[in-house]
Ligand binder design. Structure first.
Ligand code: ZN
Length: 139
C-alpha cells in the first residue's frame, strides 16, 4: 500500500475538558477543532504539530469503543491508534486483505474532519490499532 505520512495519532481521554489544558498550557499546542463524530460516539479535539495531528477522543456514550478502551485502561486515557495517510483507502484495504490482514472496516467510512477512514484490526497489526485515511478534497 502507498502511505505518505502519519496523518494523526489518536489518544483516548475520559475528559477533553481536562486533557486540552495539558496540550495547550504545557505542550503549547493550539486546539483548532472540536467535533462530535456520531458514528463513532466520540467527541474529538484536534491539535497540529508539524504535518502531524493529534486527535483526542472522548467517548459520548458508554457504547463507544473509546469508553471500553478507557475502562480497560483503568479509567485512564492512553494512546489509542495511529493513522496513516494515503490517496486511496479502498485500495489499501484490498491490499491488506489480500495479505491476510484482518479488517475492522471492509469499506471506507466517514471520520472526523471529512476524511474517509478505515481501521485494520490490532490482531493483524502487532497490537497497534491502525487507521488508514484519505482526504477526499485532495483526490
Ligand atoms: Zn483517528
Amino acid at each position: 500500500m502507498e502511505l505518505s505520512q502519519i496523518e494523526h495519532i489518536g489518544i483516548a481521554c475520559p475528559s477533553l475538558e481536562e486533557a486540552i489544558p495539558f496540550y495547550e498550557n504545557v505542550l503549547g499546542l493550539k486546539c483548532y477543532n472540536i467535533e462530535v463524530v456520531e458514528d463513532q460516539k466520540v467527541k474529538t479535539a484536534f491539535f497540529k504539530i508539524g504535518e502531524v495531528k493529534l486527535e483526542l477522543l472522548e467517548p459520548t456514550s458508554e457504547e463507544s469503543t473509546i469508553a471500553k478502551f478507557i475502562e480497560k485502561n483503568g479509567g485512564r486515557g492512553g494512546m489509542h491508534h495511529i493513522a496513516f495517510k494515503t490517496k486511496d483507502v479502498a485500495a489499501c484495504l484490498a491490499d491488506a486483505e489480500s495479505k491476510g490482514v484482518r479488517l475492522i472496516d471492509a469499506a471506507p467510512r466517514k471520520g472526523a474532519e471529512g476524511l474517509n477512514i478505515a481501521f485494520l484490526h490490532p490482531k493483524s497489526t502487532c497490537g497497534v490499532l491502525t487507521e488508514i485515511c484519505e482526504n477526499p478534497k485532495e483526490k
